[in-house]
Design a protein around this ligand. Structure first.
Ligand code: CAA
Length: 392
């Protein structure tokens, strides 16, 4: 299915299907009425909004892109990007809780898991009964994933896991953790294995909860494994395939972060343009001043472009093509647009942008992480260069 770009509500957009428009409206409604009013409090108190997760589950969103036979809704990746954007417009914390569950944990189980693993692990995740997390980074290996030192030793029917993972989204709250562990350090990426570790496994404990600049309601923590037994029945694919599982997972995850960045930028823009229509200076509302108009229009062009790149990457994913480059394009551009736009939105609010009475300072803080997690902007440039210049 090829979607033609069209003009809608004076915005360049994709010609969404009726189903995609319905899901957009439904999620926008929930996000605006249920999540937006609490977003500032969640941020201030660093409170994980469990009730938001429960509402996402009750709205059948936790398994959005998975087949109905696993409890999913059977929708496409374009719908997923739309959902993440709508959530992020109101509450970035909720959007990352959701995208880490769907893209970083449920998706690889669907792509690389056996039928038995899909029935046993994916199905409760789709129903929202279990939440997922992804554990790749370590204190000593962030961008260089192949340097992982969290060890998985083969002991017949199970692996024994020893080591730590950090920066784990849904850290304390998740039930299933997709852990990328090393079986042989000499082999680097060829020694990695992907294991689903269940909360409550003996020897699996949590380290400190991070005190973050943004997405402060999301729970980000370290994981520690001390002799943790993981049954072989929880291995995705084979030993040595962990790196490919991780990279393919991140290809999808990066589209989720691009959609999150678009949502943050659009949410901030909506607040700034509404404020500009009310705020009076020099005898007129400031939206009449060219300085403000130029800022708002430049942002609008960039946000629409970022959205199109995100939908384009989602569409490539739906078509079953390799979409590594498209995902990196979308994430790189959308994250940098989110950062630039939110800084400009704070500027439009002037002094009021610098205080917590208005939400734009939160959007600016939330935007920063989109340039860092699931591959920094520098890693996205590297991935794009590797794809563009391959064979030259
Ligand atoms: N899909 C499938 N396979 C892939 C792939 C992909 N997207 N990318 C690479 N591979 C394969 C290659 O084909 C190659 O296979 P062979 O060995 O069979 O030839 C193998 O993987 C190694 O590829 P590279 O040589 O390109 O790997 P590299 O060591 O140069 O690393 C990298 C590439 C781009 C730097 C990669 O390590 C990377 O993306 N790093 C960033 C990691 C990252 O995003 N971390 C964030 C963690 S998640 C998070 O943020 C926490 C959270 O909870 C939100």
């Amino acid at each position: 299915m090829i979607m033609e770009p069209c003009v809608k509500d004076n915005k360049i957009t994709f010609d969404l299907t009726e189903e995609q428009l319905l899901i957009k409206e439904m999620v926008a409604d929930i996000a605006k009425n249920e999540f937006a009013p609490k977003a500032a409090e969640i941020d201030r108190l660093h409170r994980f909004p469990k009730e938001n997760w429960q509402l996402l589950a009750a709205s059948d969103l936790c398994g959005l892109v998975f087949p109905e036979k696993y409890g999913g809704a059977g929708l496409d990746q374009v719908s997923y990007a739309i959902v993440v954007e709508e959530l992020a417009k109101s509450c970035a914390t909720t959007s990352v809780m959701y995208s880490a569950h769907v893209s970083l944990c449920a998706k690889p189980i669907y792509l690389f898991g056996s039928e038995e693993q899909k029935q046993r692990i994916l199905t409760p995740m789709c129903k929202g009964e279990k939440m997922g997390a992804f554990a790749l980074s370590e204190p000593g290996s962030g961008s260089d994933s192949a340097a992982a030192t969290c060890m998985a030793v083969d002991q017949g029917p199970h692996f024994i896991l020893n080591g730590s993972k950090n920066w784990i989204t849904n850290g304390v709250e998740a039930d299933y953790y997709l852990v990328i562990a090393q079986t042989d350090k000499q082999l680097r990426h060829k020694g990695l294995v992907a294991l689903v570790v269940e909360k409550g496994s003996p020897g699996f404990t949590f380290g400190k909860l991070e005190d973050k600049l943004g997405i402060r309601g999301s729970s980000t923590c370290e994981l520690h494994f001390d002799g943790t037994k993981v049954p072989k029945a929880n291995m995705l694919g084979q030993v040595g395939e962990g790196f490919k599982v991780a990279m393919a997972t991140l290809d999808g995850g990066r589209i989720g972060i691009a959609a999150q960045a678009v949502g943050i930028a659009q949410g901030a823009w909506d607040h700034a343009s509404a404020y500009a229509k009310e705020r009076v200076a020099f005898g007129q509302t400031i939206n009449k001043l060219q300085a403000i108009q130029f800022m708002l229009t430049e942002m609008a062009v960039e946000i629409d472009t970022a959205r199109l790149l995100t939908l384009h990457a989602s569409q490539a994913q739906d078509l079953g093509k390799r979409f590594t480059k498209e995902a990196a394009h979308a994430k790189l551009f959308a994250a940098e647009v989110a950062m630039r736009s939110t800084v400009k939105c704070v500027q439009i609010f002037g002094g009021y942008g610098f205080v917590t009475d208005y939400p734009v300072e939160r959007y600016m803080r939330d935007a920063k992480i989109t340039e860092i997690y699931e591959g920094t902007s520098e890693i996205q440039r590297l991935v794009i260069a590797n794809n563009l210049l391959k064979g030259q």
